[in-house]
Design a protein around this ligand. Sequence first.
Ligand code: SF4
Length: 955
Amino acid sequence: MAKAPAHAFASTLKTFKTASGKSGKYWSLKELAKQYPTIGRLPVSIRIVLESVLRNCDGQKVSPKHVEELAHWAPNAERTDEIPFVVTRVVLQDFTGVPLLADLAAMRSVAAKLNKSPKTIEPLVPVDLVVDHSVMVDYYGTPKALDLNMKLEFQRNNERYQFMKWGMQAFDTFRVVPPGFGIVHQVNLEYFARGVYKSPHDKADTPTYYPDSLVGTDSHTTMINGVGVVGWGVGGIEAEAAMLGQPVYMLTPDVVGFELTGKLREGVTATDLVLYVTAILRAEKVVGKFVEFFGPGAASIAVPDRATIGNMAPEYGATMGFFPVDEMTVAYFEGTGRTKEEVERFEAYYKAQGLFGMPAPGDIDYTKIVKLDLGTVSPSLAGPKRPQDRIDLGHLSTKFSELYSKPNDANGFNQPPEKLKQRYPLAIAGQGGDEEAAAPPAGSPRELVEMVANRSTKAAAHTSATAPPAPKGQVTIGNGDVLIAAITSCTNTSNPSVMLAAGLLAKKAVEAGLTVKPHIKTSLAPGSRIVTEYLEKAGLLPYLEKLGFYLAGYGCTTCIGNAGDLTPEINEAITKNDLIGAAVLSGNRNFEARIHPNLKANFLASPPLVVAFAIAGNVMTDLMTEPVGKGKNGKDVYLGDIWPSPKEIDENLRFAMNAKSFRANYDKVKTDPGKFWSSIKGTEGQVYDWPKSTYIAEPPFFEGFKMKPHAADAGFKGARIMALFGDSITTDHISPAGSIKESSPAGIWLKAHGVPKADFNSYGSRRGNHDVMMRGTFANVRIKNLMIPPDANGTQEEGGVTLFQPGNQKMFIYDAAMKYMEEGTPTVVFGGEEYGTGSSRDWAAKGTQLLGIKAVVARSFERIHRANLVGMGVLPLQFRGADSWQTLGLTGDEKIDVVIGGELKPQMDVKLVVHRPDGNHQEVTVRLRIDTPIEVDYYKHGGILPFVLRQLLAA
Ligand code: SF4
């Protein structure tokens, strides 16, 4: 047997000792610094990535040159080097996790067909999936809300959950946290992250340890940066590669240092701080960069506050918002139930590496330094449409009034100013608007009635100071009314100080006699059960409930847009009167229609402000000068009367940091996963039997799989043009996530398979079924294929249609694709600038491949989508200079040859030959956007999945 080559940096493998005297090995950066002396001044986040590159330097996937390049990271160098980053583990949420599991299951089926052990297909790094994206707030404002919402969730998602249960028993390294436990990033913070790791295959007496690092299939994976873990969100194909041991490839980043000084003032929350940070960093343009916090202010803020700041990295555009490990991190790990051994090892490891402690100003060479004095932060909200639009609490009323009549392109609502303060009667429950006697509104959950009955409605109905008073007993609705008030999102629910502040504010409000109007949709959806436990122990939960904030679910709910519907009466009042209704939520995103299609103004705020605005009832109430509401005996109650002091919050924090509670809670993932989950029957066995389902089906990516790949494709000839697109085609244009039209190919297929329109669900929930997803590719109702001539008025037809050639026959892209594939004709797509922009979505590349499209030719590509196309075996080709399909004069009836001269090489020139129907032809040179040698291998194997499968089966 050939001897494995010696590690190029073998001398850097050293030993460290924990406080209890236990030893571990580690790849020492201090030792490496003897060769590369600037390592000691590199940003901490870069050094953690460097450790991974050093440790995984096998001369194949990772070479000594990679180590050298990263060790030489310079703050302001041109960024051309790619880093192969092998991560420690992978986290998934359920929407993106199901298609990944389907691919793994399909690989097992291939292994079985080839008479190999299915067990050869096993994630090589630990994979954790949290089922958090599926629960909706259908029921609210009742003690039964949680149970009822979960019941509906399980009814809707039964087939997906059965499949996950199979995955749990089939794969050793794949864990599922069932619904009802929490939100992926909070669970990651409180439970998954264990400090430092060792390989499961390392059986040495003195094992080798390394730092935690990860990728996750959710953009807010960056929350884990708060505990010094390097990690971020990626698309499904990248995550799949990472779980099968492939490096995540990235361009060496710039690192912006963010120096925090001073202290937060009394009454200012971590949410206020993150809204400041978001606004500052958006203006700094940190897209694609790491942000690393340092300085005395960073050292002073609690770990949950750091996690809140890390969470919103996608909102400020950075790849990460990283906080180095220090004493606070160690204390957080102790308080949240990690074992003594784990904590000791964690601390000892980071100290041995010279990575422990918050860097002081001047310690590190950053690309750029941004500063913030925490003392300047004030209570804020962000909105009404974008998270980076921070508004001082005291300016909200005027801001909303201004935006009301500003044009849309100035971020406004384009309404006539005279309508701003008009109010309209709201017929609740057909009882003339009498709240006390309200009967169930048609189609609304029965629990709404109980909620109305439960809540004290005897208190004087609050009317905004800006609105004329309504007749007694008459419920009215107007612009700026808060119609959804949601304590939601892992961004904030992971942070005990803001959650306790919400509870304390609720207590004081209830004691002062304040109430929340029952038609406001109030919900409490923490990211872990620990939150409910400490709110209960602190005696605060009953007060939140009195104000309608009953537990609605442990999941993303309103944050992901699962707010559930408003009552038909409210929806009608909004649409009839063109009202600008508001949501106030403790989430991180507020784009129009994300929270609810009828709510145009959505404000992000801390949990206590969410409660305060629910009481005030209208965002035009200036909480800095006007009363929040009227309390006992009609007395005005101001925000200052009910806002909790830092001392009160601190006194209650002891309930939130109880290691025993954390352990007991997360032990239940195994021992007591809940009655609904326990009743799900998953199939058993190492290979999935693919029962008939319109949600889960065996993906066809490995059909006809052979151990030896076909000879490398030397281009193709006679391809037909499937589409000619303009600039900025997004991944949502290519693979929509939203509703499925009845008349679309996917709708027709679902109906033919017995699924009524009401049960279509969304493309997002059907990502485990390729029959739906390939029919949904290019099916966005807004996509414009410029092959279709505009009508007489110059209007371009929208929707996923093409002209089948020859003959110009108009049909759905899916139908044309099937016809072309049947006759063996390859196809290509042409695009403009930024092809594949938007959130990373693996189905945008998977769907393209399944439609038989061999190449996408564009002016430029979004980074992840380009990689995903290569990962699925589709050629990305880029026009050079000013060339475009328009300058070539393409109309769609041409034939295209792609000529690759010689061996496939990254970024080589490729010839495109255009054959026109009149017999003329034209040649143009384009650049092959296969960017790295490993991508050449992926492409030669037909994509990353067959490449990895061959490696695993050959091992
Ligand atoms: S709560 Fe929001 S931010 Fe957190 S995982 Fe869910 S959708 Fe993402």
